[in-house]
Design a protein around this ligand. Structure first.
Ligand code: ADP
Ligand code: MG
Length: 542
């Protein structure tokens, strides 16, 4: 056709398509979840854009339509969303903008089949799931605010074609040419079951055409607004999966309604497993803000960064529907919501921490993130310290600072710790021999953040935190293991000899009581950066 052009997919897309199509066979129905989620996202986006650009206003009856045509073997998903310009079609559907695509391919190849659908959503490659059931996909899109429309067509095998098209209104139609073996997805009843399962809570109406009539397929009820007694566990779990793209069940679910000076409903989850790529995700909290059911933004930073593993929805009546970004930044309403939600989550973690075993599974997933609070957040530092768990030289498993203090020796007034790359190496470190020999417990800190928070925290319950690899140890007060006069005399000749040999490379050499089996140990000067921190600084080129 005139003005049409064919382009190659970026190499990454080609490889990915192959993987997606061939790896997800058992869960093919999720293609519909992905396409409906995209349609809902695009509709949300248009609503938000219209706040600052009247030309993009949403039609009153905005919805998502699913239309199967049995004879023609076509399935079309249409929306009234923001649409895509020609450039956006190329960059959103022809390349993969997000980094980590290679990592995705590797993960997908090695993942268990039941984990694969999970990966698709997390890596933002949902659109390509269409090729699991279609041998050809047409996308006709008209960007809101523009009168141009474009058609993107591909068989998912290396290239796609772009051509000018017409579309009466802004929005997008995705038409799937259904494969021979995927007949089931031309059946309205089957489609309805899939929508009920995966997309019931989509806030925009979803309709399915049956015998020429559009019928509502989703409830569209904002689950978080219903009383707990009216929600089943299955519904909660489905919503969690939709929200987090996880396929497990949540470790914790918080559902409450705040009433009084500020009113909101909240439904929050602590995931049961750490999402893939969690560490590389943004450091911001992604809890979604809704106003009277309508999605507003997931960038309101409702929770502090060190609680960013919590996901969910907060829905308030105390903000106007057309709240703008600027207003969000200035409004005291949001500040109050933040405070209330943070307190609620902290209270819940405190309660859940009483069950040591369950808490340990949470801690393994998200402990390193929570600990950032001791570094980042003066207002919550002590609370986070109380919720933190550590490996120790004295016992197996995880312990709290309170447990450490309860085991301190009568003459002990400090909490001793050592930082390094992993707990096993630390447990075998010569730095703690002297402590172990005297029955003094040492915390073994091996997360990256552990190089930073202890100094910020300073003390806990009046006990100073002391790095055993830094400066003088206090071991003499715990009664040194006996030492012969001969050993002392040896030291008097050895130390000066070493000083001459090592010269400027070290700042001092001292006899120490911190060692039992090892001959010598490197120590950082008091007040200087410790060895672990020096290593990190070297690694980051400082
Ligand atoms: P993700 O949704 O995680 O970004 P997808 O592969 O599902 O990844 O979609 C890729 C991109 O294509 C989306 O981010 C969006 O910009 C665009 N897109 C997909 N479907 C639509 C649609 N129906 N309307 C507008 N844009 C869309
Ligand atoms: Mg998507």
């Amino acid at each position: 056709a005139q003005g049409s052009e064919t382009r190659e997919f970026s190499a990454e897309v080609g490889r990915l398509l192959d993987l997606v199509v061939h790896s997800l066979y058992s869960e093919r129905e999720i293609f519909l979840r992905e396409l409906v989620a995209n349609a809902a996202d695009a509709t949300d986006r248009r609503r938000f854009e219209a706040l600052t650009d009247g030309a993009r206003a949403l039609p009153e009856d905005a919805k998502i339509r699913i239309n199967p045509e049995k004879d023609a073997r076509l399935l079309t998903i249409s929306d009234d969303g923001a649409g895509m310009s020609k450039e956006e079609l190329v960059s959103n559907l022809g390349t993969i903008a997000k980094s980590g695509t290679r990592a995705f391919g590797q993960k997908l190849e090695s993942a268990k089949p039941e984990d694969r659908p999970n990966l698709i959503g997390q890596f933002g490659v949902g659109f390509y799931a269409a090729f699991m059931v279609a041998d050809k996909v047409d996308v006709v899109s008209r960007r809101a605010g523009s009168d141009e429309a474009w058609r993107w067509t591909s068989d998912g095998k290396g290239s796609y074609t772009l051509a000018p098209a017409t579309r009466e209104k802004a929005g997008t139609d995705i038409t799937l040419h259904i494969k021979e073996d995927a007949d089931e997805f031309l059946d309205s009843w089957r489609l309805e079951a899939v929508i009920r399962k995966w997309s019931d809570h989509i806030a925009w109406p979803v309709t399915i055409t049956k015998d020429g009539k559009e019928e509502a397929a989703n409830e569209g009820t904002a689950l978080w607004r219903k009383p707990r007694s009216e929600i089943t566990d299955d519904q909660l779990n489905e919503f969690y999966r939709h929200l987090t793209h996880n396929f497990d069940t949540p470790w914790d679910t918080l559902h409450w309604r705040a009433e009084g000076t500020i009113e909101f409903s909240a439904l929050l989850f602590v995931p049961g497993s750490r999402p893939f790529e969690f560490a590389e995700q943004t450091r911001e909290s992604r809890v979604r803000l809704h106003v009277r059911r309508m999605f507003i933004t997931d960038e309101a930073e409702i929770l502090p960064t060190w609680l960013r593993f919590v996901q969910g929805v907060v829905d308030t009546e105390d903000l106007p529907l057309n709240v703008s970004r600027e207003m969000l930044q200035a409004t005291p309403v949001l500040a109050r919501i933040r405070k209330a939600v943070t307190n609620k989550v902290m209270g819940e973690l405190k309660t859940r921490a009483k069950d040591e075993e369950a808490y340990a599974s949470f801690w393994e997933n998200f402990g390193p993130v929570l600990k950032e609070g001791m570094w980042d957040d003066p207002a919550h530092r002590t609370e986070v310290a109380a919720l933190s768990r550590f490996r120790s030289s004295a016992v197996e498993g995880l312990i709290s600072l309170d447990a450490y203090i309860s085991r301190m020796k009568p003459e002990q007034d400090a909490i001793y710790y050592l930082t390094g790359d992993n707990a096993e190496t630390l447990a075998a470190s010569p730095q703690i021999e002297g402590f172990r020999a005297r029955g003094v417990e040492v915390l073994l800190l091996s997360d990256a953040v552990d190089s930073f928070w202890p100094e910020r925290l300073g003390t806990y319950e009046g006990k100073a935190l002391r790095n055993v690899a830094q400066g003088q140890t206090d071991l003499e007060k715990f009664g040194a293991p006996a030492e012969s006069d001969a050993e002392k005399a040896d030291m008097e000749t050895l130390v000066p000899a070493l000083k001459t040999a090592l010269g400027e490379t070290v700042s001092d050499i001292r006899a120490t009581d911190r060692l039992v089996n090892s001959a010598m140990v490197l120590t950082a000067p008091e007040g200087g950066p410790d060895l672990q921190l020096q290593k990190l600084m070297q690694r980051s080129g400082q």
